[in-house]
Design a protein. Sequence first.
Length: 661
Amino acid sequence: MKLEDGRRRVVISEVSPEINGGRYAIKRVVGESVVVEATAFADGHDLVRAAVSWRRADVAEWNEAPMSPLAQDRWRGEFVPETIGRYVYRLQAWVDRFHSWRRDLRARAQAGQDLTVDLSIGAELVREAGRRASGVDADQLQSIADLLAGARPPAERVETALGPALLALMDRYPDRSLQSDYERELPLTVDRLKARFSAWYELFPRSCAAEPGRHGTLADCLRRVPEIARMGFDVLYLSPIHPIGESYRKGGNNHVEAAPGDPGSPWAIGAASGGHKAIHPQLGTLDDLHQLVEATRNHGLELALDVAFQCSPDHPYVQQHPQWFRRRPDGSIQYAENPPKKYQDIYPLDFETENWRELWQELKSVVQFWSEQGVRIFRVDNPHTKPFAFWEWLIDEIKREHPETLFLSEAFTRPHVMYELAKRGFTQSYTYFTWRNTKWELTNYFSELTQSEIREFFRANAWPNTPDILPENLQTGGRPAFVTRLLLAATLCANYGIYGPAFELCESRPREPGSEEYLDSEKYEIRHWNLAQSDSLADLIARVNRIRRENPALHSDASLQFHETTNDQLLCYSKQAGGNTVVVVVNLDPDHVHSGWVDIPAERLGDPSGRPCQVHELLSDARFLWRPGRNYVELNPKFAPAHVFRVRQWIRSEHDFEYYL
């Protein structure tokens, strides 16, 4: 056992949040509070005090906030980081001799005991504080010490000893010479607001041509920006924009052989015209990309690019760096497989190569290159097929230069793997929302994400569909299913996205029964979308995104709370932020009308007295009178599969209700 100063009596333990013993950082955005709890106690009966300190990792000076006692030796403190970047926080606790003395003095005075010795002890404690102070405070503490030790009547001295003026001075200059420090400093990553609250729209630029039969360009994509902005999105994410290989190119519907004119998969990256730092010649040039970056900015959007670290057989890396690829016994390069599926048009990189350092540096340079073009958001394809250590290093390196950069992890894999990627630095993560359909599934999954330690490092991003995934609920549920999944994604999660135009046009045709692949998938062919289609969800999407922006409760997931319903086809939940409360009720059955009672506790609606309140239905603009407790809801999926209520105000009496309508 290593002996330190044995006079340090306070034990600090059970710190929260603390991820893997402080190995990984918790996450916040600028202006979002960090609430820290810990157990702190000492032997005997002396009182303990505690504090939490924090600083930017690149700044030496610490900030400090006091922690408040809870119950059972538990303490809570809070601080608010004001800039993006990396931080550390720590905890300290110490025996507070003055507070202990003050507590005992009050008890002895109330018992009528002789206080002569106690007042002398207090006088010495105050003198010690005076030596720690300076200026007017030091003089004032010395005067009080003289008074406590002097000949004035005991009652007057006790009144001074227990008074608020002395308490404030002593709290300003505590004796922390024997304080205990928690054994480690804990890391914190602070991102910009878009890390916590964002709406993504995914697009294939090659399908953006105004007329059918033509390969779209970045310039065509630019013309779609105003409409995407009108729908209320703030991130425009493009599928890979790089040259596509010719060798083993896949045909339509993932056919093994491509027909003449088939464009191939954008994820089969690399051709004679370049690799990961090049733009497909038919899409345009770097100047076109710069214009698109600027146009998205001017419309309140931000451009996100795809990072897919894999190569077509025609990628320049294959010839220039053959050591970066794994060879089969016959000498050929191992193509990608997910048995029984084969992806002959893609070569995975071998991260176990002896030349891994060279490989890492080159891949880092890819992200740096697109950062130099003004891109600050990256969606990363299949990160779970590359080493965790690589991502931790790469994200850290990029954020040292551009701390505002955000990384979205597309890893539909086992929970521990998804969570590890988030711990290693990914800003946001795809989720299992795509396959969570029942009340039980949704309640349990999102409770896990928002009410456990996971919320400290894993920021969920809910997608009802992706180019790879047309889930069964969208194949069979018709337009009501699309509306329901949109509302669930947009209100359960502060971050959500859709793959469009397939989503707003309710594309629901699978390649074959039982498949989650789209028929005529954009991954393998150019599609022309009729954006003027009469049943498009574009207007509804715009309304939903406007509701999200106007209600701070929907800007975060930490306040999510589920509520009881008498019908398992009705899901009810709420979120709060300050005085803003949003309550959502969703009919999970796209085929039938469902009704029932939803049970909203009074404290969730803001008034424990039980008075009725007005709720404003934000989709239809209707108003209703609700009371804390049970309220009746009926939802017809063909007309209104969900309600999104904002609690507006409390009603003085029921006959006043018409006034508020």
